[in-house]
Design a protein around this ligand. Structure first.
Ligand code: C5P
Length: 309
C-alpha cells in the first residue's frame, strides 16, 4: 500500500445543540425516528490522529469526569477508527489524542463529534480516501449524532436516526450559554422513559415551512425538545437550569426571544440570544447548585481538518 499523505491530522471537533427535537415514532428494532434541527457550536474537543504501522492507542486529557470515560473499546472515537480500518483495510494502527472540552454525557454530542472528527481525519490522510456517502455509512453505524457531526454542515434538519439530512445555510453567529451538570443522562434510558410515557405513537401531521429555518426569530418559535418534560422531573439540576434561564433575571442577558431548552436527551441546557446584541456572558452568574456554565456561540462554519508532517 502507498504511504499515507501526512503524518497526522488534527481537527477541532465542534459540539452540537438541537434547536428542536421531536421523537416521531418507534421502529420495530426499538430505535426511534427523530426529527431534529442540529446546529454546530464553537465549543470543541481537539482531536489528533496519527496512523501507525501497528501500534494503537487513545489518550484523553482535559475535562474528563472523575469516573473516567469507560473502557477504551466503547469510546466512540476509538470505534470510529476501528470502523474506518475495518471498512478500508487502512491504517494498520492509530494513535488518537483528544483534549476534551465538551462535557461528557451532556446531549452536546461530544463523543459523536470526536468520532466524526476521527473519520474525517483518517479520510484526509488515507492513501485511498472514501467518498462522503461511504463515510456517512460508517458514521450512522456509530450513533444518531455522528452523521451530522461528520458533515461540514453548520446547520441541518435531520430525520430518522439522523442519517437523512437537509443541510441549511448557516444562521448568523449568536452568543449562547450552556449549563451543564455532572449528572449525565443515559441516552437509552431517556428513550425508554419517553416510550413509557407515550404508549402508542400516533403520527401527527406537521409542516415545517422552509422560510422558518432562515432566521433566528422564526427558529426560536419552533424550538422544542420532547425529552425536556421527561428529563426535568428526574434530574433536578436540569429543572433548575431551565427555570433560571427562563427567569426574568436571565432575560436581561438573553433578550426578548431567546431559545432556552435542553439539548439532545440532556442534561445540558442552553440559552441562545436570537438577536445580534453581543453580551459579555459572565458565567459565574449562572453557576452553583451543581451546575457549570460555559459561554460559547453558534457557528457559521465547520472547522477544516489540518494535515501535518
Ligand atoms: O445513538 P446512540 O448510540 O447514542 O443511542 C443510544 C441508545 O439510545 C440506543 O441503543 C437506543 O436504545 C436509543 N436510541 C433510540 N433511538 C434513536 C437513537 C437512540 O431508541 N434514534
Amino acid at each position: 500500500m502507498t504511504a499515507a499523505r501526512g503524518a497526522f491530522a488534527s481537527v477541532a471537533a465542534q459540539a452540537k445543540v438541537n434547536l428542536f427535537l421531536r421523537v416521531l415514532g418507534r421502529e420495530a428494532s426499538g430505535y426511534h425516528a427523530l426529527e431534529t434541527l442540529f446546529c454546530r457550536i464553537e465549543l470543541a474537543d481537539m482531536v489528533r490522529v496519527r496512523p501507525t504501522a501497528g501500534e494503537t492507542s487513545l489518550d484523553v486529557t482535559g475535562s474528563v469526569p472523575a469516573q473516567g470515560l469507560g473502557p477504551v473499546e466503547r469510546n466512540l472515537a476509538w470505534r470510529a477508527a476501528e470502523m474506518y480500518r475495518e471498512q478500508t483495510r487502512w491504517p494498520a494502527g492509530f494513535v488518537i489524542e483528544i483534549e476534551k472540552r465538551i462535557p461528557v454525557g451532556g446531549g452536546l454530542g461530544g463523543g459523536s463529534a470526536d468520532a466524526g472528527a476521527v473519520l474525517r481525519a483518517l479520510n484526509a490522510l488515507a492513501p485511498a480516501p472514501v467518498d462522503e456517502s461511504a463515510l456517512l455509512e460508517m458514521a450512522i453505524r456509530l450513533g444518531a449524532d455522528v452523521p451530522f457531526l461528520t458533515t461540514r454542515a453548520p446547520l441541518a434538519l435531520a430525520w430518522g436516526r439522523g442519517e437523512r439530512m437537509l443541510s441549511l445555510a448557516p444562521l448568523p453567529r449568536r452568543v449562547m450559554l450552556l449549563l451543564t451538570s455532572d449528572a449525565g443522562v443515559p441516552t437509552a434510558d431517556a428513550f425508554r422513559w419517553l416510550a413509557e410515557s407515550r404508549g402508542e405513537y400516533r403520527p401527527l401531521p406537521h409542516v415545517i415551512d422552509a422560510a422558518s429555518l432562515s432566521s433566528w426569530n422564526s427558529v426560536a418559535r419552533l424550538a422544542h425538545n420532547d425529552f425536556e418534560a421527561i428529563i426535568s422531573p428526574r434530574f433536578p439540576t436540569v429543572d433548575r437550569a431551565l427555570v433560571y434561564l427562563r427567569s426574568a433575571r436571565a432575560a436581561e442577558l438573553f433578550g426578548d426571544e431567546p431559545i432556552v431548552q435542553m439539548s439532545g436527551s440532556g442534561a445540558t441546557v442552553f440559552a441562545l440570544r436570537s438577536d445580534d446584541v453581543s453580551v459579555d456572558l459572565d458565567v459565574r452568574v449562572a453557576e452553583g447548585d451543581g451546575m457549570r456554565a460555559v459561554a460559547t456561540s453558534s457557528c457559521t462554519h465547520v472547522e477544516e481538518v489540518h494535515v501535518g508532517e
